[in-house]
Write a protein that binds this ligand. Structure first.
Ligand code: FAD
Length: 407
Protein backbone atom coordinates (compact mmCIF):
# COMPACT_ATOMS: atom_id res chain seq x y z
CA UNK A 1 0.00 0.00 0.00
CA UNK A 2 1.20 3.47 -0.76
CA UNK A 3 -0.22 6.55 0.83
CA UNK A 4 0.99 10.08 0.51
CA UNK A 5 0.09 13.43 -0.98
CA UNK A 6 -0.48 14.40 -4.59
CA UNK A 7 1.80 16.88 -6.34
CA UNK A 8 -0.83 19.63 -5.99
CA UNK A 9 -1.18 18.94 -2.28
CA UNK A 10 2.59 19.12 -1.78
CA UNK A 11 2.63 22.39 -3.72
CA UNK A 12 -0.08 23.79 -1.49
CA UNK A 13 1.87 22.76 1.63
CA UNK A 14 4.95 24.54 0.30
CA UNK A 15 2.96 27.73 -0.35
CA UNK A 16 1.39 27.65 3.11
CA UNK A 17 4.75 27.03 4.78
CA UNK A 18 6.33 29.92 2.90
CA UNK A 19 3.48 32.19 3.97
CA UNK A 20 4.06 31.42 7.65
CA UNK A 21 7.85 31.62 7.31
CA UNK A 22 7.60 35.05 5.68
CA UNK A 23 4.96 36.50 7.98
CA UNK A 24 5.89 35.22 11.44
CA UNK A 25 8.65 37.17 13.19
CA UNK A 26 11.86 35.27 13.90
CA UNK A 27 11.36 35.44 17.67
CA UNK A 28 7.74 34.29 17.40
CA UNK A 29 6.81 32.04 20.31
CA UNK A 30 4.10 29.43 19.53
CA UNK A 31 0.93 29.92 21.52
CA UNK A 32 2.05 33.21 23.01
CA UNK A 33 -0.40 35.28 20.96
CA UNK A 34 -3.07 34.48 23.47
CA UNK A 35 -1.15 35.43 26.52
CA UNK A 36 0.43 38.81 26.01
CA UNK A 37 -0.45 42.49 25.98
CA UNK A 38 -2.25 44.71 23.49
CA UNK A 39 0.81 45.25 21.29
CA UNK A 40 1.02 41.55 20.48
CA UNK A 41 -2.71 41.36 19.97
CA UNK A 42 -2.59 44.25 17.44
CA UNK A 43 0.14 42.46 15.53
CA UNK A 44 -1.91 39.32 15.65
CA UNK A 45 -4.99 41.00 14.17
CA UNK A 46 -2.93 42.30 11.21
CA UNK A 47 -1.46 38.84 10.65
CA UNK A 48 -4.98 37.38 10.64
CA UNK A 49 -6.04 39.88 7.95
CA UNK A 50 -3.19 38.72 5.74
CA UNK A 51 -4.24 35.09 6.21
CA UNK A 52 -7.84 35.95 5.32
CA UNK A 53 -6.67 37.70 2.14
CA UNK A 54 -4.62 34.67 1.21
CA UNK A 55 -7.63 32.37 1.77
CA UNK A 56 -6.02 30.52 4.69
CA UNK A 57 -8.48 31.50 7.41
CA UNK A 58 -11.59 29.38 6.71
CA UNK A 59 -10.37 27.56 3.59
CA UNK A 60 -12.56 24.49 4.09
CA UNK A 61 -15.82 26.49 4.07
CA UNK A 62 -17.92 26.84 0.93
CA UNK A 63 -17.02 29.90 -1.16
CA UNK A 64 -20.47 31.47 -0.60
CA UNK A 65 -19.55 31.73 3.11
CA UNK A 66 -16.11 33.21 2.61
CA UNK A 67 -14.17 29.96 2.28
CA UNK A 68 -11.72 28.87 -0.38
CA UNK A 69 -13.38 25.53 -1.13
CA UNK A 70 -10.45 23.46 0.22
CA UNK A 71 -11.07 19.71 0.54
CA UNK A 72 -10.79 18.06 3.98
CA UNK A 73 -7.29 16.87 3.10
CA UNK A 74 -6.20 20.36 1.99
CA UNK A 75 -7.69 21.84 5.16
CA UNK A 76 -5.77 19.24 7.20
CA UNK A 77 -2.54 20.19 5.42
CA UNK A 78 -3.14 23.78 6.50
CA UNK A 79 -3.91 22.59 10.07
CA UNK A 80 -0.68 20.60 10.06
CA UNK A 81 1.37 23.64 8.99
CA UNK A 82 -0.38 25.85 11.55
CA UNK A 83 0.45 23.27 14.20
CA UNK A 84 4.05 23.21 13.06
CA UNK A 85 4.33 26.98 13.53
CA UNK A 86 2.13 27.03 16.66
CA UNK A 87 -0.46 29.36 15.14
CA UNK A 88 -3.84 29.43 16.94
CA UNK A 89 -6.33 32.06 15.78
CA UNK A 90 -8.09 34.14 18.45
CA UNK A 91 -11.45 32.86 17.20
CA UNK A 92 -10.28 29.26 17.07
CA UNK A 93 -13.67 28.06 18.31
CA UNK A 94 -15.61 30.14 15.80
CA UNK A 95 -13.61 28.58 12.97
CA UNK A 96 -13.62 25.02 14.22
CA UNK A 97 -16.93 24.62 16.05
CA UNK A 98 -19.39 27.47 15.66
CA UNK A 99 -19.10 28.13 11.90
CA UNK A 100 -19.40 24.44 10.95
CA UNK A 101 -22.30 24.02 13.44
CA UNK A 102 -24.13 27.00 11.95
CA UNK A 103 -23.74 25.53 8.49
CA UNK A 104 -25.09 22.24 9.77
CA UNK A 105 -27.98 23.24 12.10
CA UNK A 106 -28.62 26.90 11.25
CA UNK A 107 -31.59 28.22 9.29
CA UNK A 108 -30.78 29.97 5.98
CA UNK A 109 -31.32 33.30 7.72
CA UNK A 110 -28.96 32.40 10.60
CA UNK A 111 -26.29 31.24 8.17
CA UNK A 112 -26.46 34.45 6.13
CA UNK A 113 -26.36 36.64 9.23
CA UNK A 114 -23.75 34.87 11.36
CA UNK A 115 -21.35 32.91 9.16
CA UNK A 116 -19.79 35.74 7.06
CA UNK A 117 -18.61 37.81 10.09
CA UNK A 118 -16.82 34.72 11.44
CA UNK A 119 -15.16 34.20 8.04
CA UNK A 120 -14.11 37.86 7.99
CA UNK A 121 -12.39 37.43 11.35
CA UNK A 122 -14.69 39.90 13.12
CA UNK A 123 -15.79 37.60 15.92
CA UNK A 124 -14.56 35.71 18.96
CA UNK A 125 -16.70 32.78 20.09
CA UNK A 126 -16.63 31.07 23.47
CA UNK A 127 -17.83 27.49 23.83
CA UNK A 128 -19.75 27.72 27.12
CA UNK A 129 -20.81 24.14 27.85
CA UNK A 130 -19.12 23.01 31.08
CA UNK A 131 -20.82 23.60 34.44
CA UNK A 132 -19.89 22.69 38.03
CA UNK A 133 -22.04 19.52 37.82
CA UNK A 134 -21.81 18.88 34.08
CA UNK A 135 -18.46 18.27 32.45
CA UNK A 136 -18.05 14.77 31.09
CA UNK A 137 -21.68 14.23 32.08
CA UNK A 138 -23.02 16.75 29.57
CA UNK A 139 -26.64 15.58 30.00
CA UNK A 140 -26.63 16.93 33.55
CA UNK A 141 -26.56 20.57 32.42
CA UNK A 142 -28.49 22.73 34.89
CA UNK A 143 -28.31 26.22 33.34
CA UNK A 144 -31.95 26.94 32.53
CA UNK A 145 -33.53 28.66 29.52
CA UNK A 146 -37.23 29.20 30.24
CA UNK A 147 -39.53 30.26 27.39
CA UNK A 148 -41.18 33.61 28.02
CA UNK A 149 -42.93 35.34 25.11
CA UNK A 150 -40.45 35.87 22.28
CA UNK A 151 -37.46 35.14 24.51
CA UNK A 152 -35.76 32.48 26.56
CA UNK A 153 -34.73 33.62 30.04
CA UNK A 154 -31.34 32.22 31.05
CA UNK A 155 -30.24 31.57 34.64
CA UNK A 156 -27.21 29.56 35.68
CA UNK A 157 -23.47 29.27 35.57
CA UNK A 158 -20.69 27.90 33.36
CA UNK A 159 -17.04 27.43 34.23
CA UNK A 160 -13.65 26.60 32.67
CA UNK A 161 -14.73 28.47 29.52
CA UNK A 162 -11.59 29.21 27.47
CA UNK A 163 -11.07 32.66 26.04
CA UNK A 164 -8.46 35.38 26.14
CA UNK A 165 -10.18 37.98 23.99
CA UNK A 166 -13.46 39.75 24.62
CA UNK A 167 -16.15 37.42 23.26
CA UNK A 168 -18.70 38.34 20.61
CA UNK A 169 -20.74 35.15 20.82
CA UNK A 170 -21.48 32.46 23.37
CA UNK A 171 -22.13 29.02 21.97
CA UNK A 172 -23.95 27.29 24.78
CA UNK A 173 -26.25 24.52 25.94
CA UNK A 174 -29.12 25.10 28.36
CA UNK A 175 -31.98 23.13 29.89
CA UNK A 176 -35.24 23.96 28.15
CA UNK A 177 -37.39 21.28 29.83
CA UNK A 178 -37.29 18.85 32.74
CA UNK A 179 -37.58 15.31 31.49
CA UNK A 180 -36.16 11.85 32.06
CA UNK A 181 -33.81 11.00 30.39
CA UNK A 182 -32.15 14.34 31.07
CA UNK A 183 -30.37 14.62 27.74
CA UNK A 184 -33.70 15.07 25.95
CA UNK A 185 -34.27 18.39 27.68
CA UNK A 186 -31.34 20.46 26.38
CA UNK A 187 -31.13 23.03 23.57
CA UNK A 188 -28.24 24.66 21.74
CA UNK A 189 -27.91 28.45 21.43
CA UNK A 190 -25.68 31.07 19.88
CA UNK A 191 -26.19 34.33 21.73
CA UNK A 192 -24.56 37.77 21.87
CA UNK A 193 -21.93 37.69 24.61
CA UNK A 194 -22.80 41.18 25.90
CA UNK A 195 -26.51 40.71 26.66
CA UNK A 196 -27.60 42.39 29.92
CA UNK A 197 -27.28 39.95 32.83
CA UNK A 198 -24.23 38.03 31.52
CA UNK A 199 -21.06 38.47 33.56
CA UNK A 200 -17.56 36.96 33.41
CA UNK A 201 -14.90 36.20 35.97
CA UNK A 202 -11.41 35.06 34.92
CA UNK A 203 -10.10 31.74 36.11
CA UNK A 204 -6.37 31.22 35.65
CA UNK A 205 -5.17 27.70 34.98
CA UNK A 206 -1.71 26.18 35.21
CA UNK A 207 -1.06 26.21 31.47
CA UNK A 208 -0.97 30.03 31.44
CA UNK A 209 -4.14 30.37 29.38
CA UNK A 210 -7.29 32.05 30.51
CA UNK A 211 -10.49 30.26 31.37
CA UNK A 212 -13.61 32.01 32.66
CA UNK A 213 -16.66 31.68 34.82
CA UNK A 214 -19.77 32.81 32.95
CA UNK A 215 -22.90 33.78 34.92
CA UNK A 216 -26.43 34.21 33.55
CA UNK A 217 -28.77 36.28 35.67
CA UNK A 218 -32.23 36.62 34.08
CA UNK A 219 -30.69 37.06 30.63
CA UNK A 220 -33.34 37.57 27.93
CA UNK A 221 -32.28 35.74 24.78
CA UNK A 222 -34.44 36.18 21.65
CA UNK A 223 -35.86 32.92 20.30
CA UNK A 224 -34.00 33.54 17.02
CA UNK A 225 -30.84 32.54 18.87
CA UNK A 226 -31.91 28.92 19.25
CA UNK A 227 -29.67 26.84 17.00
CA UNK A 228 -31.12 23.62 15.66
CA UNK A 229 -34.18 21.91 17.12
CA UNK A 230 -35.64 22.75 20.51
CA UNK A 231 -34.76 20.05 23.10
CA UNK A 232 -32.37 18.33 20.64
CA UNK A 233 -29.33 20.26 21.89
CA UNK A 234 -27.59 17.24 23.40
CA UNK A 235 -27.64 15.40 20.06
CA UNK A 236 -26.44 18.53 18.26
CA UNK A 237 -23.62 18.93 20.81
CA UNK A 238 -22.46 15.36 20.20
CA UNK A 239 -22.13 16.26 16.52
CA UNK A 240 -20.35 19.50 17.37
CA UNK A 241 -17.70 17.48 19.22
CA UNK A 242 -16.97 15.63 15.98
CA UNK A 243 -15.59 18.87 14.58
CA UNK A 244 -12.93 18.89 17.30
CA UNK A 245 -11.56 15.56 16.18
CA UNK A 246 -9.72 16.43 12.97
CA UNK A 247 -6.26 16.98 14.47
CA UNK A 248 -3.21 17.00 12.27
CA UNK A 249 -1.59 20.01 13.94
CA UNK A 250 -0.57 18.60 17.33
CA UNK A 251 1.91 16.02 16.03
CA UNK A 252 3.48 18.65 13.74
CA UNK A 253 4.07 20.96 16.74
CA UNK A 254 5.55 18.03 18.69
CA UNK A 255 7.84 17.12 15.80
CA UNK A 256 9.17 20.64 15.55
CA UNK A 257 9.95 20.71 19.28
CA UNK A 258 11.67 17.36 19.01
CA UNK A 259 13.85 18.67 16.18
CA UNK A 260 14.86 21.61 18.39
CA UNK A 261 15.63 19.23 21.25
CA UNK A 262 17.78 17.02 19.02
CA UNK A 263 19.77 20.10 17.99
CA UNK A 264 20.12 21.09 21.65
CA UNK A 265 21.47 17.61 22.49
CA UNK A 266 24.04 17.89 19.72
CA UNK A 267 25.25 21.30 20.93
CA UNK A 268 25.13 20.83 24.70
CA UNK A 269 27.73 18.90 26.66
CA UNK A 270 27.57 17.16 30.01
CA UNK A 271 30.72 15.73 31.64
CA UNK A 272 32.69 16.83 28.55
CA UNK A 273 30.53 14.89 26.08
CA UNK A 274 27.58 16.00 23.90
CA UNK A 275 24.25 14.92 25.40
CA UNK A 276 23.66 13.15 22.10
CA UNK A 277 26.32 10.57 23.00
CA UNK A 278 24.44 9.50 26.10
CA UNK A 279 22.76 6.15 25.19
CA UNK A 280 19.77 6.77 27.48
CA UNK A 281 19.09 10.13 25.83
CA UNK A 282 19.43 8.64 22.35
CA UNK A 283 16.95 5.92 23.31
CA UNK A 284 14.46 8.46 24.64
CA UNK A 285 14.74 10.66 21.53
CA UNK A 286 14.17 7.64 19.27
CA UNK A 287 11.09 6.63 21.30
CA UNK A 288 9.66 10.15 21.08
CA UNK A 289 10.25 10.25 17.32
CA UNK A 290 8.40 6.94 16.84
CA UNK A 291 5.47 8.01 19.01
CA UNK A 292 5.14 11.34 17.23
CA UNK A 293 4.94 9.44 13.97
CA UNK A 294 2.15 7.26 15.43
CA UNK A 295 0.33 10.42 16.54
CA UNK A 296 0.79 11.98 13.10
CA UNK A 297 -0.66 8.93 11.37
CA UNK A 298 -3.61 8.85 13.79
CA UNK A 299 -4.25 12.51 12.92
CA UNK A 300 -4.19 11.75 9.23
CA UNK A 301 -6.39 8.69 9.75
CA UNK A 302 -9.01 10.98 11.32
CA UNK A 303 -8.60 13.51 8.50
CA UNK A 304 -9.05 10.77 5.93
CA UNK A 305 -12.16 9.48 7.74
CA UNK A 306 -13.54 13.01 7.61
CA UNK A 307 -12.81 13.28 3.91
CA UNK A 308 -14.53 9.95 3.19
CA UNK A 309 -17.58 10.44 5.35
CA UNK A 310 -20.99 10.87 3.85
CA UNK A 311 -22.39 12.54 6.94
CA UNK A 312 -21.05 13.64 10.30
CA UNK A 313 -21.71 10.98 12.88
CA UNK A 314 -20.18 8.51 15.31
CA UNK A 315 -16.86 7.11 14.13
CA UNK A 316 -13.56 6.28 15.81
CA UNK A 317 -12.13 9.76 15.22
CA UNK A 318 -11.04 9.89 18.86
CA UNK A 319 -7.79 8.13 18.03
CA UNK A 320 -5.97 11.37 17.22
CA UNK A 321 -7.30 13.04 20.37
CA UNK A 322 -6.21 10.00 22.39
CA UNK A 323 -2.62 10.13 21.15
CA UNK A 324 -2.45 13.93 21.43
CA UNK A 325 -3.32 13.68 25.11
CA UNK A 326 -1.26 10.59 25.86
CA UNK A 327 1.94 11.78 24.17
CA UNK A 328 1.53 15.49 24.92
CA UNK A 329 1.82 14.72 28.63
CA UNK A 330 4.50 12.02 28.55
CA UNK A 331 6.69 13.79 25.94
CA UNK A 332 6.75 17.03 27.89
CA UNK A 333 8.03 15.14 30.92
CA UNK A 334 10.64 13.16 28.97
CA UNK A 335 11.92 16.31 27.23
CA UNK A 336 12.11 18.21 30.51
CA UNK A 337 14.15 15.38 32.04
CA UNK A 338 16.68 15.69 29.19
CA UNK A 339 16.95 19.48 29.53
CA UNK A 340 17.77 19.23 33.24
CA UNK A 341 17.32 22.13 35.67
CA UNK A 342 17.53 24.89 33.06
CA UNK A 343 14.53 23.33 31.35
CA UNK A 344 12.40 24.41 34.30
CA UNK A 345 13.01 28.11 33.71
CA UNK A 346 10.12 29.92 32.05
CA UNK A 347 10.10 31.88 28.79
CA UNK A 348 11.58 35.30 29.46
CA UNK A 349 14.54 34.05 31.53
CA UNK A 350 17.82 34.39 29.65
CA UNK A 351 18.88 31.03 31.14
CA UNK A 352 15.78 29.15 30.01
CA UNK A 353 16.66 26.10 27.87
CA UNK A 354 14.88 26.14 24.49
CA UNK A 355 13.37 29.52 25.46
CA UNK A 356 11.16 27.84 28.09
CA UNK A 357 9.04 26.11 25.42
CA UNK A 358 9.21 22.66 27.04
CA UNK A 359 8.47 24.10 30.46
CA UNK A 360 5.34 25.68 28.97
CA UNK A 361 4.35 22.47 27.23
CA UNK A 362 4.77 20.58 30.51
CA UNK A 363 2.43 22.97 32.33
CA UNK A 364 -0.18 22.98 29.57
CA UNK A 365 -0.22 19.19 29.38
CA UNK A 366 -0.80 18.67 33.12
CA UNK A 367 -4.46 19.28 32.36
CA UNK A 368 -5.98 16.68 30.10
CA UNK A 369 -9.55 17.88 30.61
CA UNK A 370 -10.07 20.36 27.78
CA UNK A 371 -12.00 18.79 24.91
CA UNK A 372 -12.86 15.66 26.98
CA UNK A 373 -10.85 13.74 29.55
CA UNK A 374 -8.57 10.82 28.78
CA UNK A 375 -10.94 8.33 30.47
CA UNK A 376 -13.92 9.62 28.51
CA UNK A 377 -12.03 9.40 25.23
CA UNK A 378 -11.23 5.77 26.01
CA UNK A 379 -14.91 5.08 26.73
CA UNK A 380 -15.89 6.63 23.37
CA UNK A 381 -13.22 4.60 21.59
CA UNK A 382 -14.43 1.42 23.28
CA UNK A 383 -18.07 2.02 22.41
CA UNK A 384 -17.86 3.61 19.00
CA UNK A 385 -14.55 2.29 17.77
CA UNK A 386 -14.77 -1.27 19.06
CA UNK A 387 -18.54 -1.55 19.47
CA UNK A 388 -18.26 -2.68 23.12
CA UNK A 389 -21.47 -2.55 25.18
CA UNK A 390 -22.15 -0.06 27.97
CA UNK A 391 -21.58 -1.33 31.49
CA UNK A 392 -25.10 -2.09 32.80
CA UNK A 393 -26.28 0.26 35.57
CA UNK A 394 -26.54 -2.52 38.20
CA UNK A 395 -22.96 -3.63 37.49
CA UNK A 396 -21.75 -0.01 37.86
CA UNK A 397 -23.56 0.14 41.19
CA UNK A 398 -21.90 -3.10 42.36
CA UNK A 399 -18.45 -1.79 41.33
CA UNK A 400 -19.10 1.49 43.20
CA UNK A 401 -20.16 -0.38 46.33
CA UNK A 402 -17.13 -2.69 46.18
CA UNK A 403 -14.81 0.32 45.85
CA UNK A 404 -16.47 2.08 48.80
CA UNK A 405 -16.09 -1.06 50.95
CA UNK A 406 -12.37 -1.19 50.19
CA UNK A 407 -11.93 2.52 51.06
C1 FAD B 1 -7.68 24.25 30.17
C2 FAD B 1 -9.14 23.92 30.06
C3 FAD B 1 -9.90 24.52 29.07
C4 FAD B 1 -11.26 24.25 28.97
N1 FAD B 1 -12.02 24.93 28.03
C5 FAD B 1 -13.36 24.73 27.99
C6 FAD B 1 -14.19 25.50 27.11
O1 FAD B 1 -13.71 26.35 26.36
N2 FAD B 1 -15.52 25.28 27.11
C7 FAD B 1 -16.11 24.34 27.92
O2 FAD B 1 -17.32 24.20 27.86
N3 FAD B 1 -15.35 23.61 28.80
C8 FAD B 1 -14.00 23.79 28.85
N4 FAD B 1 -13.23 23.06 29.73
C9 FAD B 1 -13.87 22.12 30.63
C10 FAD B 1 -13.67 20.66 30.18
O3 FAD B 1 -14.42 20.40 29.00
C11 FAD B 1 -14.13 19.78 31.35
O4 FAD B 1 -13.20 19.98 32.39
C12 FAD B 1 -14.19 18.32 30.95
O5 FAD B 1 -15.28 18.12 30.09
C13 FAD B 1 -14.32 17.41 32.19
O6 FAD B 1 -15.39 17.78 32.97
P1 FAD B 1 -15.21 18.01 34.56
O7 FAD B 1 -14.13 19.02 34.75
O8 FAD B 1 -16.57 18.29 35.10
O9 FAD B 1 -14.68 16.66 35.11
P2 FAD B 1 -15.53 15.37 35.48
O10 FAD B 1 -16.43 15.03 34.36
O11 FAD B 1 -16.16 15.58 36.82
O12 FAD B 1 -14.40 14.30 35.58
C14 FAD B 1 -13.56 14.16 36.73
C15 FAD B 1 -12.73 12.92 36.53
O13 FAD B 1 -13.61 11.75 36.46
C16 FAD B 1 -13.36 11.06 35.23
N5 FAD B 1 -14.63 10.53 34.70
C17 FAD B 1 -15.76 11.23 34.47
N6 FAD B 1 -16.72 10.42 33.97
C18 FAD B 1 -16.18 9.17 33.90
C19 FAD B 1 -16.65 7.92 33.47
N7 FAD B 1 -17.91 7.76 33.03
N8 FAD B 1 -15.82 6.85 33.55
C20 FAD B 1 -14.54 6.99 33.99
N9 FAD B 1 -14.02 8.17 34.43
C21 FAD B 1 -14.82 9.24 34.37
C22 FAD B 1 -12.79 12.07 34.30
O14 FAD B 1 -12.01 11.46 33.28
C23 FAD B 1 -11.94 12.92 35.23
O15 FAD B 1 -10.69 12.33 35.43
C24 FAD B 1 -11.86 23.32 29.86
C25 FAD B 1 -11.09 22.69 30.83
C26 FAD B 1 -9.74 22.99 30.94
C27 FAD B 1 -8.97 22.32 32.02
Amino acid sequence: MEFGFTEEQEKLRKEIREFFMNELPEDYEPGFNNMMGEEVQDWWIKFKEKAIKKGYYVPGWPKEYGGSGFTEIEQSILDEEQGRFGVTWPDFLGLHLVGPSLMMFGTEEQKKRWVPPIARGETVCFEAFTEPDAGSDEANIGCRAEEDGNDFVFNGQKLFISGWYEPTWLFTLARTRDIVPKHRGLSLFLLPADLPGISYRPLSTMGGGRQNYVFFDNVRVPKDNLLGELHRGFYHAMQVFEFERRMTGDAAGGKRLLQELVQFCKETTSGGKPLMENPEIRKTLAKLAMEIEVQRLAGWYSAWRFSERERVGPAPYELSNYYAKKYGASHAKAMLDILGLYGQLATGSKWAALAGRIERMWKVTRSLHAGGTFEVIKIVLARRGLGLPRIPGNMMKAIGEAVMKKV
